[in-house]
Design a protein around this ligand. Structure first.
Ligand code: G1P
Ligand code: ZN
Length: 543
């Protein structure tokens, strides 16, 4: 075994987006592409001698090869130890849990989250710092800067490590410890939730379907739901992680998990349905005849936090990303705690949690979590709901309807225009920008505009400023239109249009969201000239 210094030349476009660097597998497989990025990361981190790193991914195509490269490069940089999930598998929340529990220096997540996998699919790499959460921009910006001038990388020429057998092997002076992917995470969940109550619920014949979407949550759900909690075999479906997710788009929303939603709408539906995404950090909660909107789920979790032993002491605060509906804000107000509004992306929640300002966080994109780790956590949300269903004895729809009756309903939807021509997308955003200064006080879709700006965020903990985080048009009655460009796509540009209305009247809570939001959607299109500029007559995905 020797450490080699390999000459290389920069690749353009290695700039991490909302959640790490995401590209097509074909791009990642170019010789030196992954190596350059990892070298730039290690250069950014500085002296790594003797440190512990955690590495794992969602099992998608190229996961194993990428892990071998990272191990050989970590050994060449003097890391003392790398913890790797067996088979290279660690869900994003499990990686965050392992980093924290073992006080590691940091972790590398290999995933493109909910993007499709396989040889023609997407791949991704993301660095998490010692608190278990995504690296802040000052780190990702520096990594990008270094990728632009890189000329060598360091790597051991050691043979591949066996990732399938628990135990420790050595590369150069570094220990590679293959750990059980589920154990640490399952232990943490047992501390947070009332497992006895959930076990009793399943023992009473409660039925559930958990769709792991052939992605990373399968092993976790099998072990926790069917193993520890005693749910009957067959509760977890698509529970085997596949390199191409069975050809599906592993994004838990009513469009991509349509089968689960159909099952929950059918006669004799199970009592409860849930799904998680590629890397296990997203969740969708479904009851009989109702898919719970993510911000409502966060609001309901906040309002009922005391049912779970881990949250009995009360909540410090809540945070939600700007485009997420204000449903959690209403609960925070009732609880007398603060609700922070951050830019899109989990990385903005880390400082708030570290500083003890918030306990719960969430995004409209099916992401919910708490300060137990520093990532959103799909199974955590599902276990919270199970805990709530077990303790309350109520059905999902009853819980949602009672919540709306108490707090009002934030009717919400996101319309995505995917893989739009990049220039057309930027021209839509430019038009909106230009319109902003004149909007306050005017009427848009029958609502009066209270505020129109490009969202900027000053982190209350470290004072860092993030500009250009999305166009928001906020109405005096709480309605909102938000436009932003996705930072996770790998093809052209994706325009996200977020629509929200506040409805206090319980008689109108049962109405269909798209119908209620149609006027706002039309007003948004008139303002942005979205359809005319992109040539798209309708969004590609509505959630
Ligand atoms: C999307 C979601 C965002 C989430 C991110 C990573 O980012 O909108 O809420 O944090 O994926 O899961 P976007 O593509 O909008 O930049
Ligand atoms: Zn994800």
């Amino acid at each position: 075994m020797t450490i080699q210094v390999i000459p290389t030349t920069p690749f353009s476009g290695q700039k991490p987006g909302t959640s790490g660097l995401r590209k097509k597998v074909t791009e990642f497989r170019q010789p030196g592409y992954l190596e350059n990025f990892v070298q730039a990361l290690f250069n950014t981190l500085g002296d790594c001698a003797g440190q512990t790193l955690v590495v794992g991914g969602d099992g998608r195509y190229f996961n194993r090869q990428a892990i071998q490269v990272i191990l050989r490069m970590a050994a060449a940089h003097g890391f003392g130890k790398v913890l790797v999930g067996r088979g290279g598998i660690l869900s994003t929340p499990a990686l965050s849990c392992v980093v924290r529990k073992h006080a590691a220096f940091g972790g590398i997540v290999l995933s493109a989250s909910h993007n499709p996998g396989g040889p023609d699919g997407d791949f991704g790499i993301k660095y998490n710092i010692g608190n278990g959460g995504p690296a802040p921009e000052r780190i990702t910006d520096e990594v990008y800067r270094l990728t632009q001038s890189i000329d060598t990388y360091r790597i051991s020429d050691a043979a591949d490590a066996n990732l399938d057998q628990l135990g420790t092997v050595r590369i150069e002076q570094m220990d590679v410890e293959v750990i059980d992917s589920v154990a640490d995470y399952a232990q943490l969940m047992q501390r947070l939730f009332d497992f006895d109550a959930i076990r009793a619920l399943f023992a009473r014949g409660f039925t559930m379907r958990f769709d792991a979407m052939s992605a990373v949550t399968g092993p976790y759900a099998h072990a926790i739901l069917e193993g520890i909690l005693g749910a009957p075999a067959g509760t977890v479906i698509h529970g085997e992680p596949l390199e191409d997710f069975g050809g599906h788009h592993p994004d838990p929303n009513p469009v991509n998990a349509a089968g689960l939603v159909a099952l929950m709408n059918a006669p004799h539906a199970p009592d409860f349905g849930a799904a998680s995404d590629g890397d296990g950090d997203r969740n969708m909660i479904v009851g009989r005849g109702i898919a719970v909107s993510p911000a409502d789920s966060l609001a309901i979790i906040a309002a009922n936090a005391a049912v779970a032993p881990g949250y009995r002491a009360g909540l410090k605060g809540i945070a939600r990303s700007m485009p997420t509906s204000a449903a959690p804000d209403r609960v925070a107000e009732a609880l007398g705690i603060k609700c922070y509004e951050t830019p899109t992306g989990w990385k903005y929640f880390g400082n708030l949690m570290d500083a003890g300002l918030v306990t719960l966080c969430g995004e409209e994109s099916y992401g919910t979590g708490s300060d137990h780790i520093r990532e959103k956590d799909g199974l955590w949300a599902v276990l919270f709901w199970l805990n709530l269903l077990a303790v309350s004895g109520k059905a999902v729809d009853t819980i949602v309807n009672e919540h709306w009756a108490r707090f009002g309903r934030n009717v919400y939807s996101r319309h995505d225009y995917e893989a739009v021509d990049s220039e057309a997308a930027h021209s839509v955003m430019r038009r909106l920008h230009a319109a902003l200064p004149g909007l306050a006080g005017t009427s848009v879709g029958g609502h009066t505009v209270a505020l129109a700006d490009d969202f900027a965020y000053t982190d209350p903990v470290d004072g860092s400023v993030s500009l250009g985080q999305g166009i928001r048009i906020v109405m005096t009655d709480g309605a909102r239109i938000v436009f932003r460009l996705s930072g996770t796509g790998t093809e052209g540009a994706t325009i996200r249009l977020y629509l929200e209305l506040y409805e206090a009247d319980p008689a109108r809570h049962g109405l269909e969201a798209q119908a209620m939001l149609a006027g706002l959607a039309q007003a948004a299109d008139e303002l942005a000239q979205l359809k005319a500029t992109t040539g798209r007559q309708a969004p590609s995905v509505v959630t």
